[in-house]
Design a binder for this molecule. Structure first.
Ligand code: ATR
Length: 274
């Protein structure tokens, strides 16, 4: 596995121990016959780590929690969507110049379109953090109508104003008429699997419920939504599609999306059995 001449890609986060990105990327490189290694780094100092991308000639880097906003200031150029969203999840190293991209909104949009049409539909976007910004950008770029739903009104209102959409306090969700609710908070993510950001009794008001969480594959929110008769979608497809877009940016080649998804799904199903 370790030999000279391999292309090196990396993941910067803290922590990274449970990330499924190395599995997803190596599944793709193996099938694409690309001689590359994808190395997860638990980064103590982001500025030094970014300097190391140039210093060591790392071809591309995935950026994850908690660095997606902080990393902007260390890069040479930002692609427009990354700048609007205010977050970078992908760095491309072109001969020592570091370009910041955001593939989260692309991954979200690609997967959502397979689930229901975006254009002309109304999406309640639950949360007002970095993930909500990528989801709002994705919905707006495909002609959807997002409504920000947040527990803290001031934060939700500010976000809605910035993206030119409407806001509703989360406590008033029963007043919302929407085709779909998208959870962008981390409520329900492993290991906090017994929690849900919404009361089960409101779920039946919405025909579609999407969770951007992919671990567990079926969150408490999605389980209750399924029982309430809603069509549901987990964050697995978004996760795979954001990674697929990184691979396109780094290699210019088309990644094997279905194999990547199968590998990650099997790993997650294995967790659930244990
Ligand atoms: P990220 O950048 O990863 O999206 P974040 O910035 O911490 O994460 O944002 C988390 C979002 O989840 C916030 O909008 C938060 O609501 P507040 O603005 O009211 O804090 C929302 N959130 C967290 N826990 C929640 C809960 N139990 N119920 C509803 N919303 C919650």
């Amino acid at each position: 596995m370790f030999e000279g001449g391999q292309r090196i890609f990396a993941l910067f986060g803290n922590p990274v121990g449970h990330s499924l990105s190395p599995l997803m990327h190596h599944t793709a490189y193996g099938e694409m016959r690309i001689n590359a290694l994808y190395v997860p780094f638990c980064v103590p100092n982001l500025e030094d780590a970014v300097r190391g991308i140039r210093g060591m000639g790392i071809g591309g880097v995935s950026v994850t929690i908690p660095f997606k906003s902080e990393v902007l200031r260390y890069l040479d150029e930002l692609e427009e969507s990354a700048s609007r969203i205010g977050a970078v999840n992908t760095i491309v190293n072109e001969e020592g110049r570091l370009y910041g991209h955001n593939t989260d909104w692309i991954g979200f949009g690609r997967d959502l379109k397979e689930f229901l049409p975006i254009q002309g539909n109304t999406f309640g976007v639950l949360g007002a953090g970095g993930a909500a910004r990528a989801v709002l950008f994705g919905v707006l770029s495909e002609g959807g109508n997002p409504v920000v739903l947040n527990r803290t009104a001031a934060k939700g209102e500010a976000l809605a104003k910035e993206f030119g959409c409407s806001f509703l306090p989360l406590s008033e969700i029963r007043l919302l008429k929407a085709d779909c609710i998208v959870n962008t908070t981390s409520v329900g993510m492993a290991p906090q699997m017994a929690t849900s950001p919404l009361e089960a009794k409101v779920l039946g008001n919405f025909p579609h419920i999407v969770d951007i969480i992919y671990n567990p594959l079926e969150t408490k929110l999605l389980k209750e939504a399924r029982k309430a008769g809603c069509r549901t979608r987990s964050g697995l497809g978004m996760f795979i599609q954001q990674g697929a877009e990184q691979i396109r940016l780094w290699t210019g080649m088309e990644p094997p999306v279905e194999s990547m998804k199968r590998a990650v799904r099997e790993k997650l199903e294995g967790y659930e059995k244990n």
